[in-house]
Ligand binder design. Structure first.
Ligand code: SAH
Ligand code: SF4
Ligand code: F3S
Length: 479
């Protein structure tokens, strides 16, 4: 099914080709709407990280151009698309669970189209399972050919057969895909794809391919367009932004890219993730300290506090290196907040290794953290390591980790009580439209009562209550 490499057209032509499929499906969908008085609907679900969320915005953009309208109700959708994740086993189990439900749905709605894409589809074992047990799926593609959705859908509509198209590696970066943005005032921008780090537990390099940086001009053009559309906050995305630009024909550092993005008028806040501790340069720290629009908040995943485990993880830094880095960053930017990713139960983790992790948590003073239980991923080096840690031990460590984190984060936020901070109001609460949610420059999540006209604005809020992972505040008026 997959197209040979030498047949692939240059990116611009490929985009035009997909546009023809978009137009053709649009015609069919418009005709359907005219005949039935009902527009076809799509339900889109992005699992996993911000990369996937961002990719789904592009899938949704294409579907909208094809004449489908979005629905939040899966049970009324004509087109269902899951952008899957496989970083941990739970993510995969969720997809299989949903596919079980979809089997019944498809019986009642035989014309509904079910599409699966994203990281999980890059694994042969998954494709085999789908072919054997989940034959009600209609379109399957991976992470390298997302832009082909219109063509694959058209092929499915014409042939009536399941279409599989999975590439093993990256070919073209197709720029300028249509996109539906979930927030009007903030947006994510991919600056690079893939990962070269091969941390021994992680499946991402296998399913997202080798690291590729986008051209700075393309990134800038996208940021300028977003700014013209009213976006004020930009999140630059990459698995390891610190190695951005190193392999471009004209190499450029991430810090230089930040300077260029900083120049874009209308953009008021810049964030980025993720920053691998092994490559965090002095140039980047100085640039963050210097540029006012770059938020004083850094996501610096530690994974473990044990130097021995870090080595087994292939992370290329020790506990001491990490803590020195934290010290250096705090010295250059005293008010910076740090967040992190922590994993518990990596093969061979002993109680003393875990205590080192707790020690780092106490010393680094994180303002928030994403915590994970190690999940064995077939094909990664860690999957065949001996001494996998028993589940009860991992669970017990995990709850101790959460307790330590909660304590530290609560204490950190306690110091903010009574302060007036500037919050970028992002949206209103789903339960109560008078409650707005936003973030400070330091990435503190704040809920406060205010008028909806505040959405998209930077507003002063006095922090009155500490809920550990978020804070409650009062909108300050008359300033
Ligand atoms: N590129 C980013 C992380 C991307 S994956 C970085 O290096 O920091 C997000 C997080 O998922 C990782 O930081 C790690 O904590 C977690 N993770 C990755 N593989 C995992 C696995 N096999 N089991 C449990 N957690 C995992
Ligand atoms: Fe996975 Fe490591 Fe790459 Fe992050 S840097 S995506 S954890 S391999
Ligand atoms: Fe992200 Fe999951 Fe893929 S974390 S890169 S969606 S495996």
């Amino acid at each position: 099914m997959s197209i040979e490499r030498n047949n692939v057209l240059p990116a611009q032509k490929e985009l035009e080709r997909q546009q023809e499929f978009i137009d053709s499906i649009r015609k069919q969908n418009d005709a359907y709407a005219k005949e039935t008085g009902r527009q076809k609907k799509f339900y889109s679900l992005a699992m996993g990280c911000q990369m996937n969320a961002h990719d789904s915005e592009k899938l949704e953009g294409m579907l909208t151009e094809m004449g489908y309208v979005a629905t939040q109700e899966e049970s009324e959708a004509d087109m269902i698309i899951y952008n899957t994740c496989c970083v941990r086993e739970n993510a995969e189990l969720k997809v299989y669970g949903k596919l079980g439900w979809l089997k019944h749905y498809k019986k009642e709605h035989p014309d509904a189209i079910i599409a699966l894409c994203g990281c999980m589809m890059q694994q042969d074992s998954v494709l085999q399972t789908l072919r054997q047990k989940y034959r009600h799926v209609d379109v399957v593609f991976g992470t390298f050919n997302l832009y082909k959705l219109p063509e694959l859908l058209q092929t499915r509509l014409e042939s009536g057969r399941t279409v599989y198209d999975i590439w093993q590696e990256h070919r073209e970066t197709v720029e300028d895909l249509p996109q539906i943005r979930h927030f009007p005032y903030k947006a994510s921008v991919n600056i690079m794809f893939g990962c070269n780090n091969f941390c021994s537990y992680c499946i991402v390099p296998y399913v997202r391919g080798r690291e590729r940086s986008r051209q700075p001009q393309d990134i800038l053009q996208e940021v300028k367009k977003l700014s013209a559309d009213g976006v004020k906050e930009i999140m630059l995305l990459g698995q390891n932004v610190n190695s951005y630009g190193k392999t471009l024909e004209e190499p450029i550092s991430f810090a230089k890219l930040l300077r260029m993005v900083h120049e874009v008028e209308g953009i008021e806040r810049i964030r980025f993730m993720t920053s691998h501790p092994k490559d965090l340069s002095d140039e980047l720290i100085e640039t963050m300290a210097e540029l006012p629009k770059v938020c004083n908040n850094l996501h610096l995943p530690v994974q473990s506090g044990s130097s021995r485990i870090l080595q087994e993880m292939n992370r290329h830094y020790s506990k001491e290196d990490y803590l020195l880095l934290v010290e250096k960053v705090r010295k250059a930017i005293p008010d910076i907040t740090l967040s992190t990713d922590i994993m518990v139960g990596f093969p061979g983790e002993e109680e003393e290794d875990f205590l080192e992790t707790l020690d780092v948590v106490k010393k680094a003073d994180y303002s928030t953290a994403f915590t994970f239980i190690y999940s064995k991923r077939t094909g990664t080096p860690a999957a065949v390591m001996e001494n996998q840690v028993p589940e009860e031990v991992v669970k017990e460590r995990f709850s101790r980790l959460l307790e330590t984190l909660d304590d530290g984060i609560h204490r950190l936020h306690e110091k903010l009580l009574g302060q007036t901070v500037i919050v970028f109001a992002e949206e209103c609460s789903k339960q109560d439209s008078h409650i707005l949610t936003g973030r400070t420059e330091h990435n503190t999540l704040v809920h406060f009562a205010a008028d909806q006209t505040d959405i998209g604005q930077f507003v002063p809020v006095k922090l009155t209550e500490n809920k550990t992972y978020y804070m409650i505040g009062e909108r300050v008026t008359g300033e």
